[in-house]
Design a protein around this ligand. Structure first.
Ligand code: NAD
Length: 484
């Protein structure tokens, strides 16, 4: 297959927080990769903006270092790096002050796409939006990109939406959830909506349950004080796991169009049932393997914030009534692995005497570390000796069929930044979606706070608290093993 990279329109992209961790690790190396793929026109520019007083040259040098660190050697070409760096500029700006804005205004062009990436603390989003307008910098077509977290509850998300709405129209606001930028997440939509095969089975009549797992091996060290105000529910479930759940559960949109897709996702969120205490397990990792516990890292020895959560979630609509969605995410677990597993029901009747080898069909969508999709199907075990069954994976990533292109899958951030320039909001969260997700999340959190529930301790490098296993066993099901 021939790669089809289409250059996007010429742009001026300002990265507020251009010297920060996210910009260095993801956004700038990602832009370099899009540049070498031929997606940037010659006159496109990237402008770093942060508080530090840097020259263009010092900023370029730091970006060169970031490329060295975060782009694989086979993609680093000194000539291309130099060409890329020549497009970079820097302006020292304080989001809460008035210095630097006139210089930024002087740099921005009117006849190209203007995009402003807010890669700074959320407390500064409102200041940036206000000043971009009050200094007459952002035009009516300008796009702003906002990072997570988008609020910490419904009230703060509403307030943030209202602040942004004072200065920008919803069609200009790109709320990032980088899980939506992952190749396999989009492939999930292709598999569902470009094939007749799955859709007739895509309902509670044929799907027994769905598991969504996002497991990390890292703890909260270094970010403990910040994380302790959030916890796994706010940090992961309200946004990333919720978005994945929506893509699995939504009805087919009438078109692959931003609002059509987001309307369907919103309907799913609104159909989520409240989750009762018996269907929630929260955990905190204990000390072990030479590492401190969650409580050692978070600075508050009495903290009840969860570093792990598992939930059983029901969607009250015709399609999903009777099919639970089990969500779990946690830190300091056995392996770094994110996947969605859709387990189908048993065939209504087995014609085989020896059903020993029999397993359910499972569609596994792997988000990390190796993005891919597998459909577990039953076949006859090869060889003589009667009809013995065996489960084998049908690899649906078709890496061989797609050739080298499939190996050079863009990182989620690369894809999403280019979508901003293209003006495609499909993979970004709309304001009402975020609010609906908080409206579901808030009472769950309020519930455990009122009850004074304590998270259960779990061993590092385990698969989470014991009670999380029970959450499944109770229903006669089991979690898939967490492995890389
Ligand atoms: P960081 O602390 O590493 O960097 C913050 C940046 O903001 C720096 O460039 C700093 O100079 C700049 N800044 C701080 N105060 C400023 C001010 N008053 N005016 C102008 N610039 C100012 O933070 P980060 O990890 O890069 O995170 C940035 C945003 O991205 C946050 O909203 C964070 O929640 C989000 N995010 C980060 C990651 C990640 O992996 N780092 C992942 C997801 C989301």
């Amino acid at each position: 297959m021939v790669s089809r990279v289409i250059p996007v329109e010429a742009f001026d992209l300002v990265i507020f927080g251009g010297t920060g961790d996210l910009a260095r690790r993801k956004i700038l190396p990602g832009l370099y990769r899009r540049f070498i793929a031929g997606q940037m026109t010659d006159d496109s520019r990237i402008i770093g903006a942060a508080r530090a007083d840097l020259t263009d040259d010092i900023f370029r040098k730091s970006v060169a270092e970031a490329i060295e660190e975060f782009v694989p050697a086979n993609r680093r070409d000194p000539k291309l790096i130099a060409d890329f760096l020549a497009r970079l500029h820097y302006v020292a700006i304080d989001a809460q002050g008035d210095g630097g804005w006139a210089q930024l205004k002087g740099l921005m062009r009117r006849n190209v796409v203007q995009a402003y990436y807010f890669s700074v603390a959320p407390a500064l989003f409102g200041d940036l939006a206000l000043r971009l307008k009050s200094h007459g910098i952002a035009d009516d077509q300008a796009r702003i990109v906002v990072e997570k977290p988008f609020g910490r509850d419904l009230a703060s998300a509403r307030a943030l939406n209202a602040t942004l709405a004072q200065h920008f129209h919803e069609s200009q606001i790109y709320r990032i959830d980088h899980y939506l930028g992952k190749e396999t997440v989009q492939n999930l939509m292709a598999v569902r909506f470009a094939n007749i095969l799955f859709e007739p089975l895509w309902k509670s009549e044929y799907i027994d349950h769905v598991q969504i797992t996002v497991a990390e091996t890292v703890g909260v060290e270094g970010r403990g004080a910040y994380y302790d105000k959030s916890g796994a529910m706010r940090d992961m479930v309200q946004n990333h796991l919720m978005q994945l759940l929506c893509l699995i559960a939504m009805e087919p949109p009438y078109h692959f169009d931003p609002d059509a897709v987001r309307d369907e996702k919103l309907k799913v969120i609104r159909a989520l049932d409240p989750v009762g205490p018996l269907d929630i397990v929260r955990g905190q990792y204990l000390a072990g393997a030479g590492q401190g516990s969650y409580l050692d890292h978070c600075e508050d020895p009495t903290s009840r914030t969860e570093s792990y959560i598992a939930l059983k979630v029901h969607i009250s609509n015709w399609r999903w009534k009777g099919t639970p969605f089990y969500l779990r995410t946690g830190k300091r677990l056995r392996a770094r692995a994110s996947e969605i597993a859709i387990t189908f029901r048993e065939p209504p009747h087995s014609i085989f005497d020896d059903a020993k080898g029999w397993r359910e069909n499972v569609l596994v969508i792997r988000l990390q570390p190796d993005e891919g999709m597998n459909l577990m199907v039953m076949i006859k075990e090869p060889g003589p000796g009667g009809m013995r069954l065996a489960q084998v994976p049908l690899d649906m990533t078709f890496a061989d069929a797609l050739g080298p292109e499939a190996e050079d899958v863009p990182d989620a951030y690369e894809r999403l930044v280019m979508d901003v320039i293209r003006g495609n909001q499909t993979l970004f969260m709309r304001g009402d979606e975020v609010e609906a997700a908080w409206a579901w999340t808030d009472p769950i959190i309020a519930g455990w706070e009122q009850r004074g529930d304590r998270p259960q301790g779990y061993d590092p490098a385990s698969s989470g608290p014991e009670d999380a296993l029970m959450l499944m066993h109770r229903d006669g099901r089991r979690w898939r093993e967490i492995r890389e």
